[in-house]
Design a protein around this ligand. Structure first.
Ligand code: PGA
Length: 247
């Protein structure tokens, strides 16, 4: 399995930010792990142009479940592919909370992504209240059962475990907590999609940075990271890529 360092720029970045991509590619032209950046839709085409022929893959941050039509402001999976994307993040906690996305909607989007030839990066994670109440495994188990496309394979599905309380806060679960969740997720994936589950990359996300990447990547069943804030700077994301490549 090729591990995956994925960056989510969220609603950040303009044309001038593309200099970070140029710097990243100059510093890490051929990492042994996979490298992915998901910029805002306005930068997809330009970033895909920069990444063409390089080790960097490009992804969207969301897509509509339908292929086309009267859906003002939305973007279809086929449009992302047309713009040069190979991946799409789906069901990020900010989409789930800001836009009320349900597991069923996330699954419909993921199925649309697969149909368009994209790899779906499906996100799940518990809130702080749910963790404190001892509900973490119940919550993420339900999210996995309801959100992943059941036709997903090692090549088309990536799962990202992102505790909501760890996103953008500088706080992370303990390594033992990450290990518990990732082992649970591998078993849950096996129950849902069989042997393919062993090749599905399970990413950890939430305040990953150069200073904690090495220890997180040493945790069993952590097959990479989904990185928000630290993916905006080539030096930080590059250090995370290097840590994953060495793991
Ligand atoms: P963060 O975001 O790295 O800024 O915590 C992670 C994410 O939301 O994917």
């Amino acid at each position: 399995m090729k591990k995956l360092a994925a960056g989510n720029w969220k609603m950040n970045g303009t044309q001038s930010s593309l200099a970070e991509v140029t710097a990243l590619l100059a510093a890490h032209p051929a990492p042994t792990c996979e490298m992915l950046l998901c910029p805002p839709a306005t930068l997809l085409t330009a970033m895909a142009g920069l990444a063409k022929g390089s080790a960097l893959q490009i992804g969207g941050q969301d897509c509509h479940p339908k292929g086309s039509g009267a859906h003002t402001g939305d973007i279809s999976a086929a449009m992302l592919a047309d713009a040069g994307a190979a991946y799409v993040i789906l069901g990020h906690s900010e989409r789930r909370s800001d836009h009320g996305e349900t597991d069923a909607l996330v699954r419909a989007k993921a199925e649309a992504a697969l149909a368009a030839g994209l790899v779906a990066v499906v996100c799940i994670g518990e809130t702080e209240g749910q963790r404190d109440a001892g509900q973490t495994l119940d919550v993420i188990g339900t999210q996995v059962d309801g959100s992943i496309p059941l036709t997903g394979t090692a090549a088309t599905l990536v799962l990202a475990y992102e505790p909501v309380w760890a996103i953008g806060t500088g706080r992370t679960p303990t390594l033992a907590e990450i290990a518990e969740v990732h082992a649970f997720l591998r078993a849950r994936l096996r129950a849902l999609i069989g042997a393919e589950a062993d090749g599905v990359r399970i990413l950890y996300g939430g305040s990953v940075k150069p200073s904690n990447a090495v220890e997180i990547f040493a945790v069993p069943h952590v097959d990479g990271a989904l990185v928000g804030g630290a993916s905006l700077k080539a030096a930080d994301f590059g250090a995370i890529v290097a840590a994953l490549a060495a793991a």
